[in-house]
Ligand binder design. Structure first.
Ligand SMILES: C[S@@+](CC[C@H](N)C(=O)[O-])C[C@H]1O[C@@H](n2cnc3c(N)ncnc32)[C@H](O)[C@@H]1O
Length: 412
């Protein structure tokens, strides 16, 4: 996820930029009357849930409702989200070369599978699907089908309209699914899906673990409440304390845990009969995620290309995300039955899968935009290092080109 703002020269990392923008979160643009009315409808729905839960719901439930309530949630309703006219930009929107590199990785795998296909989870605007297929067509390696599983009805309609307009000849190849298929053979891709999954927020101080809930204050605003941690949170927290010395944490320590990960990875393992799962997202291994000084967690919101840290405002109008704990992803994937194939920075995955060769042959009319997109995708201070690609396999053995150099699996 990238934002459209100018980075001052003296700031060296994305985190610096985010801190700078957080300080300005009170200066967010006002939503227009139509957007405000939409948000009010969603708030009324969430308020009913809070009332029937006797005054508060866990933050994970609030995040789920804010993003995915059918017809009302941020991802499920009609506003433009991804791209220059939306709230944030993702790698496939920056340059088709990102998708061409993924296509090169798919082209290495597909000929080794009998009737191998591609399944993309959470396909956003549909651009990555179109660009991957267009590159696979160019190098003569088209699969029979490209499946898309999209939980947002609005995004599914946008994807269909985009493919119809930009790649009409792929319409018969792309099949939209409502649930994961059985016995899938091929490659499962998910770009920035993990970061959009609801997370539980915990608080650790004075040797007590608590969980953040969302309630409503006297002024009818959403407010944070601390309640005893659920059993599931306590179990997951215990796993963290087995690996990390929490005595070095700066207190009070607030952070997130994705309690949906084990179930999600188990369902992907169940669906995949043979092939590869590739997940692309921003995040770190466990020790960096729960770094002693990262005591405000990683939760972020995106609204009209501004980042800030308050998920209780602009409900339904802003994206809410958190970074990914890639150690947890690996542990649960392996527990589910998948094998780790590699873990590299986005920049290295793109270099390993032929970015430099693609740059030489790619014709881009607007070379200024082209150069700046390549920089954003690969520079360590932009998406190059914070974003990672992690690969898992099932009943498939062969070194994947994407992980052939600079594999960081030992850090997980
Ligand atoms: C940040 S957007 C990324 C979109 C797109 N992959 C891109 O890179 O532009 C997150 C996407 O994940 C989808 N999503 C979230 N949870 C999902 C799940 N459990 N299964 C499938 N898609 C999901 C959302 O609806 C949305 O399309």
């Amino acid at each position: 996820m990238s934002l459209l703002y100018t980075v001052p020269n003296n700031l060296t990392s994305l985190i610096d930029v985010i801190k700078m923008i957080n300080q300005k979160s009170e200066n967010l643009p006002e939503p227009d009357p139509e957007a405000s009315a939409h948000s009010k409808k969603l708030c009324n729905y969430i308020n009913q849930k809070i009332a029937s839960a006797k005054s508060a719901i866990p933050f994970a439930e609030f995040m789920e409702l804010a993003l995915y309530t059918p017809g009302l949630g941020y991802y499920s309703a009609g506003a433009h989200k991804i791209g220059r006219a939306g709230d944030f930009i993702t790698a496939p929107e920056l340059s088709p070369l990102f998708s061409y590199c993924l296509a090169n990785q798919c082209a290495q795998i597909l000929p080794n599978l009998i009737n191998g296909n591609i399944l993309e989870l959470g396909a956003g605007s549909g651009k990555m699907a179109g660009d991957i297929l267009s590159h696979l067509e160019k190098i003569n390696c088209l699969p029979n089908h490209y499946y898309i599983l999209e939980i947002s009805a609005d995004l599914k309609a946008r994807q269909q309209a985009f493919i119809k307009q930009a790649y009409p000849h792929f319409l018969s190849k792309i099949i939209w699914l409502d649930t994961l298929p059985n016995n899938f053979i091929g490659i499962i891709l998910a770009n920035e899906v993990l970061d959009a999954m609801p997370v539980t927020i915990f608080n650790w101080q004075e040797n007590t673990l608590a969980e953040y809930y969302v309630g409503i204050d006297q002024n009818n605003h959403y407010t944070w409440l601390l309640k005893p941690a659920s059993n599931a949170l306590q179990d997951a927290f215990k796993e963290i304390t087995n690996e990390i010395n929490i005595n070095s944490w700066f207190l009070p320590y607030n952070s997130e845990i994705n309690l949906l990960l084990p179930g999600w990875l188990s369902s992907l393992n169940h669906c995949l009969e043979q092939g590869i799962l590739l997940l692309i997202d921003y995040g770190f291994p466990l020790h960096e995620y729960y770094h002693p000084q990262r005591n405000q967690g990683t939760l972020m919101c995106h609204y009209q290309h501004r980042a800030h840290s308050n998920p209780l405002i602009l409900v339904g109008l802003q994206d809410i995300t958190s970074h990914v704990n890639f150690t947890a992803v690996t542990q649960f994937a392996i527990q589910a039955g998948l094998g780790l194939e590699g873990y590299v920075s986005q920049a290295n995955f793109l270099f390993n899968t032929g970015l430099l060769e693609l740059i030489k042959t790619y014709q881009e009319p607007d070379s200024l935009n082209f150069n700046s997109a390549i920089k954003i995708l690969t520079l360590p201070s932009e998406m190059g290092e914070l974003f990672k690609v992690i690969g898992f396999s099932k009943n498939y053995k062969a070194l994947l080109i994407g992980f052939s150099n600079q594999d960081l699996s030992h850090r997980l």
